[in-house]
Design a protein around this ligand. Structure first.
Ligand code: ADP
Ligand code: MG
Length: 392
């Protein structure tokens, strides 16, 4: 069944409950990065333009079902008011009489932000009574929180079950459009790049990608486990030795399916994660007391060559410890290579998105997903509960 865009819904003078992802990093009550607030602005502004009575709802942090001042959405509300240049009402709870009074007094174009949904255990438990208490606020339901769509929580699945008029916000719609293109008949050659911390985090994605890609480029600590499975000695590198059989079976599947699986041929090594610099060596010559922390220049070149012919690219997982400048060259170089190619390019994953932001070429990539876990579950071919809830 098709999901409606919120543009197809009648919003005027109606209490429009918009699930957003305002789970921003806070330090001492200060917002460290307001990207997620800015990302929701187009949907909120459009709701205001259309005369909706806007009721925003989000979680923040992990307050474990109890009110906690440290995780209040108040600073987010204040920042949002600045960005919108209008008042944002801030009831001190998300359900109950106080919140209801604020919501039912809204006039057309007014905006309120409910307090942190996770102050109630019913949010994560998807409790029926809690969903009903939230749904009191809503005549129309809009989900613009792709990053939360893989969680079957009350505001993500419980509330839309109770509301007939529902649809996806702009951000959610864009995510489904781009990730959907990778699922249904992507233009070939389709090249996927997978890296990051662990093979075990991404088994489902690797299996799924092997069914549809022409080439799989593997880097990061993930590649260490594959190289180890091939018998290379990698010193003190981060390796999941217990996953060697899995890596072997994935390599066999790639061969059967005619998928080119590329592993690093040279790497950057050093004594520790916080070393000031590293040294480039072939994968056959990693010193016993050093660890692999990035892909080397020859590997980057090889990966780049394979990307230049691609028509569709999916990338998840950094090529090295990019948080340390000494080991960021592989990841940032790869970001530039992806940006260079005239292909449909999609990046998923929290750390990968941060790396692309750092590279300065994000604007030349077709789509950088805002949902870390959600984009991976989508690529595994799983139905996201929050997406399914919009289809009913
Ligand atoms: P994403 O969030 O994009 O899905 P992951 O969480 O899987 O990515 O992986 C990101 C982490 O992997 C980063 O913190 C990075 O430092 C780490 N990493 C990448 N390569 C290595 C390596 N060779 N050794 C240790 N850690 C690595
Ligand atoms: Mg991560």
């Amino acid at each position: 069944m098709a999901i409606k865009s919120f543009e197809e819904l009648d919003l005027e003078s109606r209490r429009t409950f918009v699930r957003v992802d305002f789970n921003v990093p806070l330090a001492g009550g200060k917002i460290e990065d307001d990207t997620r607030i800015r990302a929701a602005l187009p949907t909120i502004q459009r709701c205001i333009e259309r005369g909706a009575r806007v009721v925003l709802a989000s979680h923040l942090g992990r307050p474990n079902g109890k009110p906690s001042p440290k995780e209040s959405l108040e600073p987010v509300g204040l920042r949002l008011a600045e960005l919108l240049d209008r008042d944002v009402l801030l009831p001190d709870d998300c359900v109950g009489d106080g919140a209801k009074k604020v919501v039912f007094d809204l006039r057309d174009g007014d905006v309120c932000l409910l307090e942190n949904l996770r102050f109630h255990p019913g949010e994560e438990a998807n409790d029926d009574a809690f969903a009903r208490a939230l749904a009191v606020h809503a005549e129309v339901y809009v989900n613009d929180a792709f990053g939360a769509a893989h969680r079957a929580h009350a505001s993500v699945v419980g509330v839309p079950k109770l509301i007939k008029e529902k649809g996806a916000g702009l951000l959610m719609f864009k995510e489904l459009e781009f990730l959907g293109k990778l699922q249904d008949a992507p233009e070939k050659p389709f090249v996927a790049i997978i890296g990051g911390a662990k093979v075990s985090d991404k088994i489902g994605v690797l299996e799924e990608l092997l069914k549809r890609v022409d080439a799989l480029l593997v880097g990061g600590a993930m590649a260490n486990t594959f190289l180890h499975a091939r018998g290379y000695a990698l010193g003190t590198s981060r390796i999941e030795a217990d996953r060697a059989p899995l890596a072997r079976s994935l390599m066999a599947k790639a061969e059967e399916a005619g998928v080119d699986l590329l592993l690093p041929t040279d790497v950057v090594v050093a004594r520790s994660l916080d070393a000031k610099s590293g040294e480039v060596v072939p994968v056959t010559a990693v010193p016993a007391d050093e660890m692999v922390l990035d892909i080397g220049p020859a590997t980057l070149n090889g990966f780049r060559d394979r990307l230049l012919r691609a028509k569709t690219i999916f990338w998840n997982g950094p090529m090295g410890v990019f948080e340390n400048e000494a080991f960021a060259a592989g990841t940032l170089g790869l970001a530039r290579a992806v940006a260079e190619v005239s292909a449909l390019s999609v990046v998923g994953g929290g750390d990968s998105a941060a790396a692309v932001a750092k590279s300065g070429v994000a604007a030349r990539i077709s789509h950088v997903s805002t949902g870390g876990g959600a984009s991976l579950e989508f690529m595994e071919g799983r139905t996201l509960p929050g997406v399914a809830a919009l289809e009913e």
